[in-house]
Design a binder for this molecule. Structure first.
Ligand code: PLP
Length: 361
């Protein structure tokens, strides 16, 4: 068996010990004689797995009791619609910050349901920075303010949380959730597709303050109503049972790493090593992102000589370093170094980059 260091932006690596535990339990979970995949979601075994996963997530993130935790499907992309459908209410207008491709998609979808006020955009600068808060043209009557704390494609991450007062703050945390401590009480709603820091694709987590649910736009499908899912403990229909179980194993693994504080220490160190390798390469490698918002999770970089891109990728793969190609809309390279990327993976990448630069510089 050969395992590689997979720098994919998602689906991404899972902790080795989680995969091993899932493998050990695959045919017979805890003496039940069944795989978790084969269990009824309403049976007592599965209910215990689901409840424990939620309790562990609440503990790790310090989620206050007045927030619901929903285990849904449909990806973060469905949330682009579900959020306006559930949160616009009588207000009709929502504020959005445009810092990249994912913000732009969220904005496009929200426009189908109401007025969107784009309070700031970094599009003109090719989405390589975070807009200064004092430049935002916020609407005090907006139903909510939506932003994307980490833009996965261009590797732009907020190092701060906007203070929106009474306007609920909504965050697409798909590629940053669980990477560092967070004060959940500052948010009205947090959502994330699971396939980066939580578990396998197919599961979507929504953490929502309970006063924000219960009033949907006319015509909202039943499956798009947060209240339906909250009232049914995410079991209105058959949930993504296996993904939920694996997420639970990941939450336990995070606890073993020292919780979110432990993850943050490790993640910051991994990111600094990689940015340092780029910064000390004498211009062989370059980061397009402004220094104050370089992501800990997704590290895009370019080679000054783009003709070397192909050989960089193929030689990296020979060293067990895979999926380093940048997003098709950006080019260059992108190393996604989520929670489960071992530090050894970053160390191996850094020494490969240094050797490659020496050979080709
Ligand atoms: N938002 C962000 C920040 C993402 O990185 C992604 C996917 O990579 C999405 C939304 C879309 O997620 P999904 O594929 O789960 O719909």
């Amino acid at each position: 068996m050969k395992r590689v260091f997979n720098f994919s932006a998602g689906p991404a690596m899972l902790p080795q010990s989680v995969l091993e535990q899932a493998q050990a339990e695959m045919l017979d979970w805890n003496g039940s004689g069944m795989s978790v995949m084969e269990m009824s979601h309403r049976g007592k075994e599965y209910m215990s797995i689901a409840a424990e996963a939620e309790a562990d997530l609440r503990e790790i993130m310090g989620i206050p009791v007045n927030y619901k935790v929903l285990f849904l499907q449909g990806g973060a992309s469905s949330q682009f619609a579900m959020i306006p459908q559930n949160l616009l209410r009588g207000k009709g207008t929502a504020d959005y910050v445009d810092t990249g491709d994912w913000s732009a998609k969220a904005i496009k979808e929200a426009k189908r349901y109401g007025n969107v006020n784009v309070v700031a955009s970094t599009k003109a600068g090719n989405y390589t920075s975070v807009p200064a808060f004092d430049s935002w043209t916020c609407d005090a009557n907006a139903a909510y303010l939506h932003y994307t704390p980490n833009e996965t494609i261009r590797g732009v991450e907020f190092a701060w949380v906007p203070e929106t007062g009474d306007v609920p703050l909504v965050a697409d945390m798909s590629s940053t959730i669980l990477s560092r401590p967070l004060d959940v009480s500052k948010f009205g709603l947090i959502y994330a597709g699971a396939q980066k820091n939580i578990g396998p694709a197919g599961l979507t987590i929504v953490i929502v303050r309970d006063d924000l649910i219960g009033e949907t736009l006319p015509g909202t499908p039943t499956m798009f109503d947060y209240k339906i899912h909250a009232d049914n403990e995410s079991m209105y229909n058959t949930p993504a049972t296996y993904g939920w179980y694996l997420a639970g194993l990941v939450f336990k693994w995070i606890k073993q790493q020292g919780g979110l504080a432990g993850m943050a220490t490790l993640n910051e160190r991994k990111a600094q090593k990689l940015y340092a390798a780029i910064g000390t390469s004498g211009g062989f490698y370059n980061s397009p992102v402004a220094a104050d918002c370089r992501s800990w999770m997704n590290v895009p970089f370019t080679l000054a000589n783009a003709e070397l891109d192909k050989s960089f990728l193929s030689e990296a793969a020979q060293h067990g370093l895979t999926t380093l190609k940048g997003h098709r809309s950006v080019g260059g390279m992108r190393a996604s170094i989520y929670n489960a990327m071992p530090e050894a993976g970053v160390d191996t990448l850094v020494s490969f980059m240094q050797d490659f630069a020496k050979k080709n510089g």
